[in-house]
Design a protein. Structure first.
Lengths: 274, 278, 278, 274
């Protein structure tokens, strides 16, 4: 059953396209923010800092903390409250994994081959988690690669410890896999691609708007307001040194959140006629 | 409803009678299929009922499909044939009653695809995958050996088109692909819902032969179809469902004998009185 | 290809012969339909060809559909029937040749729906709309009076289900709704692609009567179907397409006479030699 | 043909849902930002300014310029670079208008009823423009309503001139209608709902990222970089007093941009087999 679900993921163009868009988006963001801008600023390429003016707010990649911040496998953010292409792509990958069977009726042969619906869900969760992990590791490799190229260009030492780097990259890969599962569960609940994508966007926008309002009203962002998917994902790739939710806690909280939604999808799958 | 005694010589016209609509089970199973040794009915449908928001779609439906028999399931649109089929296959849960496959419900079967192959209306074919990819997924789902994929592709005549995307398939080719997936597990029972939909005349001819030889080898077939002329050519028994209930059931030839052997005239007479849902 | 002379008494068996596969036009039109006064063929298909990425789907296809005739369009899956139909209706552009409706191409018709009603495979039915909403949209598209909506709903027997969402319709009900939309504009020509798909036996019987009475009133019908037994019951003429070319065309009875009047045996013989695409 | 396209729009739940989501999202944003926060700040409701602290960055609605900024029919932004629910909803409305016919094959009866494809496009453009305008006027009414309630609560005079207000509201309504047409054209080009929504999101994200990068590199946002849909939409509801592209020019530029995409959709519709 698991192998069948893996085949379903690898034999559709839409999933491949989602991964390709995510990787391409991540490369574009990371190359620009982590490699090109610091290189411009340092004068390694381009006319040099003076010609560009003082407004160029490039990463200063000399400290270990800055290097850890720049290596984000979820894509370095260009501003608070934005949703990165890389994260969107893996969420959409998950929604597609959850809805394709419904769109073209593939759920019928699946349920015929395995009448125990719980096992169908297990196979889908495992296949999507594996696919998400592969995407997450790819994202981590891309971010690490752009950082190393940037450091080479700027002739800067790698100041972050390998252990810390591994922690950020690993946390990111896990977060990406969990995002894929979140998309999967939303997709199974929604059953239609469009509804799944819209519900997912709605959840993300809700998080952005809710946090903006909470911040406006309270003047700060309390910990409970950060127990939402995007914030937990960002916390999972933080170095943990800057306060906020520690990475391990963030991954665990994200996993718990995803588990709840997956459980809801399981209840729906079991109780609905196909 | 009548109960026929079993016969010891299974031939086209007077093989052991199969179909019971009153819930009784025919036990006179001298006939043992080459595929199955069981003496229980291949399919035993027992007082199955299901309602959708107050509307009684299926009400107290009972019939059997015995080994080696082709049973035609007939009825007007909306009579409850599809709902019955979906309950047999565990896709929909009955409100009451049960559908047993060699004595066990579909959801309790260990390896259902090795026992039952099904072709349903919603064929579940993703247009972006090739025919072979669909069968690879189906084979992985039921742990069938990969060699079966080429075997069933040959059997349904799709081998030349196996590596083309399903988006370019005609309706008839999709039906063949669904049938190939149903045959993957080498089942002893086939459940076919309008399998001739979209098949060209050569395809219908081929399907008829396939069903016939499947049953002659001891397999059982539940064939739901609107094309009475095709059913008349291939079925041993018929079950007519109208307004959710069994309106008639029995051996084909003797059931339609009173209508000069014409299935269409028998059927139209029977369903006209029950004012079929359109 | 043979050319039959026209007859002055249009009856079921020896009405004026219609179908020509060699591009010649039958002009002996003593028969004038009650719906149209034209003496040109209702449909004149002239050396139509179309390729898809090198594959010749339709090659030099020519035939006529005259007023008052039902022409059965037969052929294996993938033979080019659907592509031909789509070119007739202006949905696909031919590489060469033309399809004329009373002398004009579909795209040049002022009010095409008043001349041609079509039921195609892809029925275009949004599941979230009711049957009546679909017909309201169709009526708005062709500027048909709203009163026609209830008229066609009655005609196809869908009036009781008109306000239900199409998602709950059976395949047969969807076919009836498509047919209702095709009849909205009171056309004199019907182009039907597998209209019996999903219809129950009572529905097929009804459809047969509808086609027959439509033609008897002078209308023309191009009926594409795989169910040869249905075609044999309703068609005046047949055109058989195989591998993109016209393999046979002519008046039904005389064409199949050499095969003991059996359309299926005639058809299978004809298409077996041309090794039909599966 | 036009009436048929209007019926298509009004008889599908998805379009109604998109409009409902857009209006609800706009009400939520506007009520929060324009009514609740200023009321909290002024002490009209809640514990009063002192108890809430100085960080509450509420609109000061006493000046005409501030009132004009707050009345945005596209939704007051909670931060630069964000995409409002109201704008997303009307873009999705357009994509749905362009793709529904393809999803369920309704394009076939449409092409049978009207074999001249150009007229099909015209009917769709007119129907979608009208629907978009209705949504735009609704959005304008919502924003005006929330502003007036806020002014009443704060016992503040309406300082903006009615003419200026009408200009902002009218520009917003036109921008909303143009966004609907943009979605329609993207939908016709993409033919599938999912592809249409993704292409649209891709265009919006491209705008956000491209502008962020241009701003990072050049230190400013040149006029040519603002010739993209979201920026033009924002410029269309600006009062014009703050520099940047004047509202009338913005509406015209947005219309030209949309016309190009619609023309591309027309070419595709005419040359493709159905």
């Amino acid at each position: 059953m698991f192998r069948a679900e893996m085949l379903k993921l690898t034999t559709t163009r839409a999933t491949k396209a989602a991964v390709a868009v995510g990787v391409a988006g991540l490369i574009a963001t990371q190359v620009t923010l982590v490699t090109v801008l610091p290189a411009l600023a340092s004068g390694a390429i381009g006319p040099g800092r003076e010609a560009l003016g003082d407004d160029l707010p490039a990463f200063d990649l000399t400290t270990g903390a800055a290097q850890l911040a720049a290596v984000s496998p979820l894509g370095s953010s260009t501003g608070a409250g934005s949703i990165g292409i890389a994260v969107l792509a893996v969420l959409i990958l998950g929604v597609l994994a959850g809805t394709t069977d419904y769109r073209f009726g593939g759920i019928v042969p699946t349920a015929l081959a395995q009448p125990r619906r719980g096992r169908i869900l297990t196979a889908k969760v495992l296949a999507t988690a594996l696919a998400g992990l592969v995407v997450g590791v790819t994202y981590a490799a891309v971010s690490l690669g752009t950082l190393l190229v940037s450091l080479l260009l700027a002739r800067t030492e790698l100041a972050a410890s390998p252990l810390e780097l591994a922690g950020v990259l690993g946390g990111g890969a896990l977060a990406v896999a969990l995002f894929a599962l979140l998309g999967l569960a939303i997709g199974i609940l929604a059953r239609s691609q469009l509804a799944g994508v819209l519900v997912m966007l709605g959840i993300l926008l809700f998080e952005l708007i809710a946090q903006a309002i909470i911040q406006l009203v309270t003047g700060t962002l309390p910990a409970w307001a950060q127990l939402m998917p995007l914030s937990l994902g960002q916390a999972a790739v933080s170095s943990g040194a800057t306060g906020g939710i520690p990475p391990v806690t963030a991954v665990a909280a994200l996993a718990a959140l995803v588990a709840v939604v997956v459980a809801a999808a399981g209840v729906a799958l079991r109780s609905r006629d196909i | 409803m009548r109960l026929w005694p079993g016969h010891s010589r299974p031939s086209r016209e007077d093989r052991m009678r199969t179909v019971l609509a009153d819930g009784a089970v025919a036990k006179g199973s001298q006939h043992a299929g080459s595929m199955t040794k069981s003496t229980t009915p291949a399919l035993a449908i027992r007082e199955l009922s299901k309602s959708f928001s107050g509307y009684r779609a299926v009400e107290n439906v009972s019939f059997d499909v015995l080994n080696g028999r082709v049973v035609g399931l007939l009825g007007p649109n909306g009579a409850g044939k599809t709902t019955t089929t979906r309950m047999i296959l565990g896709l929909a849960a009955p409100d009451s009653g049960e559908a047993l496959i060699h004595g066990r419900s579909y959801r309790d079967l260990e390896r259902p695809a090795r026992m039952v192959g099904a072709v349903l209306d919603a064929a579940g074919l993703h247009p972006g995958r090739t025919g072979r990819e669909h069968l690879r997924i189906a084979a992985a789902q039921i742990a069938a050996p990969p060699a079966r994929i080429d075997a069933v592709l040959d059997e349904v005549g799709l081998a030349p088109a196996a590596n083309r995307r399903v988006a370019g398939y005609s309706l008839g080719m999709r039906q063949r692909l669904s049938l190939a997936a149903a045959l993957l597990g080498e089942p002893s029972i086939l459940v076919l819902d309008e399998p001739a939909n979209g098949l060209d005349p050569a395809g219908m001819h081929w399907l008829r032969e396939l069903i016939r030889s499947f049953a002659d080898a001891g397999g059982s077939v539940l064939l739901s179809s609107h094309v009475l002329s095709e059913v008349a050519l291939v079925a041993d028994d018929i079950v007519v469902i109208a307004q959710g209930r069994v309106a008639a059931a029995g051996e084909l030839q003797s059931t339609v004998a009173a209508h000069g052997g014409d299935l269409e005239s028998f059927y139209l007479d029977l369903t006209a009185t029950s004012a079929g849902v359109r």
